[in-house]
Each structure stands twice: as C-alpha cells, then as structure tokens.
Design a binder for this molecule. Structure first.
Ligand SMILES: Nc1ncnc2c1ncn2[C@@H]1O[C@H](COP(=O)(O)OP(=O)(O)OP(=O)(O)O)[C@@H](O)[C@H]1O
Ligand SMILES: [Mg+2]
Length: 289
C-alpha cells in the first residue's frame, strides 16, 4: 500500500506540468537550433539507471569549437548527460538509453562504434583532479603510448603541457610526481593529459569546483584558449562561470518524477538576460535550486 502511494505521488499530471510553467513556451522556441558545424546532435534522448529515468527526452545540438555549459540543480542529470557523450556510462551495468546521440553524424551507440576510440576523441576532465601517481612526464606520455600515437614523445609532452598553460611551471621538474603539484596545476595536468591523445572534444564535469578563485580563472582562460581548436562542454554549478566562458548554455531541471529535462538551450547572453522559460528565469535569479 505504501509503495502504491509513492508511485502515484510521483506521477506527473498535465496540471502539475502547467503549474511548473512547463507548457509556457513550446520547445521549438526554447531550444535553439544552430547554424554552422554541429559536433553533437542529441535527439529524444532518454537515460535510465535500472528503472530510474535520469534524462527525459533531451534534444539539442553542440557546435564545433565553442564552449557549451550545462547548468541546473543537483541531480538533474548534467553528469549523466555529459557521460553519455563519450560513453562513460557504458561502465555502469544498470545504465541504458533510448534515442540518439550523434557525433559528427555517427550514432555514438551504433553497433561497431568502438568506445575506446570514442573516449580518445572525446576526452573528459573530472571535478577532482586525478593525476596518475606517476611523474608529470609519464602522466602525459601514457595516453599517446597506449593509443599507439607515433612521434617524438618529448615534443608531445611539451606541446600538451604548453597547450594546457602548465609548461613554464613544470618544465624543470618533469620527473616529479604529478601528485606533488597544487590542485590547480593538477587540473591543468589532467587537461594536458586529455589533450595528449589528440582529441576533438573535451568534456569537463565541474572542473573548477575544487579550486580557489585564481586557479579557477586560469582554467577559464585556458578553456577560452582551447576553444580555438577544440569543442568544449562544461558542467558547472557556478552561473557566473557559465556566463563568463560559455558561448551556449543548456539549462536542465528535474521533472516531478526526478527525470532531468532540458528546459532551455541557447546562446549564453540570451539565456541569462532574456530567458524564454519562466523556470530558467527562476533558476538564474536564485528563486529555486
Ligand atoms: N551510477 C548511478 N546509478 C544509479 N543512479 C544514478 C547513477 N548516477 C547518477 N544517478 C542518478 O541519476 C540522477 C542524475 O544524476 P547526475 O549525477 O547526472 O546529476 P547531476 O546533475 O550531475 O548532479 P550534481 O549537480 O549533484 O552533480 C540522480 O538522481 C542520481 O541519483
Ligand atoms: Mg554531476
């Protein structure tokens, strides 16, 4: 009896959806379709952990060589969505998806697509810097070596560390442990490590949340620099950060059944100044979440 009540309580009625403002603006007006080269095209995408639905019918596009931010309250599925973009969720046995997630026109989940190659092209940087317990040099050299990338390793290490704006700080101590660096330096080492395998996209899940404001600004400057050559998708809880760095922003929110829904997607300035959906406005003005 108790279980039945719980199920009924979480069911979403049309009235509740209207009360939440869900029907105020049709999705076609809240979710911008983009011009230019599209890297990811997400369409009617649903994600499940067992019977729990974590993403509800998400659809948007991510343009090439731009920074796209995913924002929204805790638990709305930002990390889930990010992990779907390089098939990291494959490692979770209860995970399954519906709908499509294409990368340069290829469905990432199609049979025959090699998840290892997917993760080489689409790298990831995590919330907590996680260098290998090895030297700075080895942290960078490991990826190219296991991926069979040919070339002069010293040059590859230097190039990656320069691209991650870390070279000048570590060039005289490449043999020292990566774990001996400061948090901000460790995060840039992780970015350098991701760059070393010559990716196309870098996914970042709250990459600055363990860092102080100065280290955070350094990573933000670095992101803008990297966006000349790479497509970047960043999850952040820091709305100022999204406003500072992102070209486009996606706002997700939990439905009453706790599945994450994409409420609005568009260029960052518009989303923060004249949001189309009341729920976005409430979130960015701090009225909930
Ligand atoms: N491995 C997992 N197994 C089962 N449920 C999961 C798993 N990972 C996430 N979830 C659930 O999926 C939902 C979305 O989680 P997710 O981590 O994607 O949210 P989030 O928006 O990144 O939150 P936060 O801002 O707190 O990081 C949550 O209800 C969470 O409990
Ligand atoms: Mg998360």
């Amino acid at each position: 009896m108790v279980v039945k009540m719980a199920v009924e309580d979480t069911r979403v009625s049309e009235r509740e959806r209207r009360l939440m403002g869900a029907e105020t603006v049709p999705a076609s007006e809240r979710i911008a379709r983009l011009d230019g080269e599209i890297v990811f095209d997400v369409d009617h995408f649903n994600a499940y952990y067992g019977t729990f639905r974590a993403l509800y019918d998400v659809g948007f596009q991510i343009p090439s060589r731009k920074i796209t931010a995913l924002i929204g309250p805790s638990g709305c599925g930002k990390s889930t969505l990010l992990r779907c973009m390089n098939r990291m969720n494959d490692l979770i046995t209860s995970f399954r998806h519906e709908g499509s997630m294409t990368y340069h026109g290829i469905d990432l989940y199609e049979r025959g697509v090699d998840p290892v190659e997917v993760r080489r092209r689409i790298g990831m940087v995590f919330q907590k810097p996680n260098p290998f317990p090895k030297s700075i040099y080895e942290n960078i050299a490991f990826g190219p070596r296991v991926n069979g990338i040919k070339g002069n390793m010293d040059e590859m290490v230097e190039r990656s560390l320069r691209a991650a704006a870390l070279w000048d700080e570590v060039k005289d101590k490449l043999g020292q442990s990566g774990l001996a660096l400061s948090g901000g330096q460790q995060q840039r080492l992780c970015i350098a490590r991701a760059l070393a395998v010559q990716p196309d996209v870098i996914l970042m899940d709250e990459p600055c949340s363990a860092l102080d404001p100065i280290a955070t600004l350094k990573i933000e400057d670095l992101m803008k620099e990297l966006a000349r050559d790479y497509t970047i998708v960043i999850v952040t809880h820091n709305m100022q950060q999204a406003a500072r760095v992102a070209d486009h922003t996606a706002f997700l929110m939990m439905r009453p059944d706790r599945a994450g829904e994409l409420v609005e997607f568009g260029d960052t300035d518009t989303l923060f100044t004249t949001p189309r959906d009341k729920r976005t406005e409430d979130y960015i003005t701090g009225r909930f979440g």
